[in-house]
Design a protein around this ligand. Structure first.
Ligand SMILES: CCCCCCCC/C=C\C=C\CC(=O)SCCNC(=O)CCNC(=O)[C@H](O)C(C)(C)COP(=O)(O)OP(=O)(O)OC[C@H]1O[C@@H](n2cnc3c(N)ncnc32)[C@H](O)[C@@H]1OP(=O)(O)O
Length: 250
């Protein structure tokens, strides 16, 4: 995590697709805490993969899990998200590859998004027979508005880079990762002279409702997750999805 002029670039590096298991989520969470403690001036979140930003939650954490491990997984996801979404420093996602589901959530939790061409992003949960949790949905709604979010979430729509720009899911398209990072740095530079306290206060004001909805209902949210994924038909769906992903690789 190099810090250049107080700006950190956090590069996810969990091959092959940066899927988010408990350990990876813990690493991200620790990183965001550290950045806050070190009074970082801005953060760029990106990926070491040339084709994938993040494939979202690691489906193997949800397929036939032990109850306590599944609970820990979900709480760690909540912890990571609460830290990122409420970060006092400016955040940019340099989306240099596909960003489905939890990968899309990561980018939506940043303040500004730059994407490369020919990749897809969105909350596709419905298509997998699962449901994007309320706070995932809130992040989408906050980015693109009620109507577009409702349509996208019901359909589990994956947006192309161009479609994402058109609907406001991302702020800019860059030609490649290098340009993506340059544009991310330019956004952070544009924020650098703003009084930090005022900036942070306005950001948290906008994000307060979404954050408190989870903060006040964390246990209930965990229970909803557990009850949902332990349903036999959901497990069957996850099994088939994992098989389809593996078949694709074969
Ligand atoms: C009433 C209210 C109820 C509320 C209930 C709440 C319940 C909420 C529950 C869950 C929420 C989940 C959110 C999520 O994030 S689910 C994850 C969704 N992710 C996806 O659908 C992405 C799947 N992956 C892909 O589409 C592709 O892998 C892609 C990212 C486009 C990259 O493609 P490619 O480069 O071609 O790579 P491969 O597909 O060949 O994959 C390489 C190996 O990686 C494995 N893989 C891929 N994605 C995942 C994943 N998300 N988790 C685990 N493993 C994954 C894939 O199987 C390959 O593995 P192997 O090489 O061993 O075959």
């Amino acid at each position: 995590m190099p810090l250049k002029m107080g700006v950190a670039t956090v590069t996810m590096n969990r091959p092959p697709v940066n899927s988010l298991n408990t350990e990876h989520l813990e690493t991200l969470h620790r990183t965001f805490i550290r950045l806050e403690n070190e009074k970082c001036r801005g953060m760029i979140l990106t990926s070491s993969s040339p084709t994938v930003f993040s494939a979202g939650l690691d489906i193997r954490e949800m397929y036939k899990p032990e109850l306590e491990k599944a609970r820990k997984f979900w709480r760690t996801l909540q912890d990571m998200w609460l830290k990122l979404y409420s970060s006092p420093y400016p955040t940019v996602a340099a989306i240099n590859g596909h960003a489905p589901a939890g990968g899309c959530l990561l980018s939506l939790s940043c303040e500004y998004r730059v994407i490369v061409p020919k990749v897809r992003m969105g909350l596709n949960e419905t298509q997998l027979g699962i449901v994007a949790p309320q706070w995932f949905q809130d992040c989408m709604r906050n980015a693109i508005g009620e109507r577009e979010a409702e349509k996208a979430l019901i359909a589990g729509r994956m947006f192309s880079s161009e479609e994402a720009l058109k609907v406001g899911l991302v702020d800019e398209i860059a030609q490649n990762k290098e340009e993506c990072i340059q544009k991310a740095e330019a956004f952070l530079a544009s924020q650098a002279n703003l009084p930090m306290l005022a900036r942070k206060t306005v950001k948290l004001g906008f994000r307060h409702q979404t954050l408190s909805r989870l903060l006040t209902g964390r246990e209930a949210d965990t229970k909803i997750f557990i009850d949902y994924i332990f349903q036999p038909k959901v497990q069957k769906g996850l099994e088939m999805y994992l098989q389809s992903l593996s078949k694709k690789a074969a």
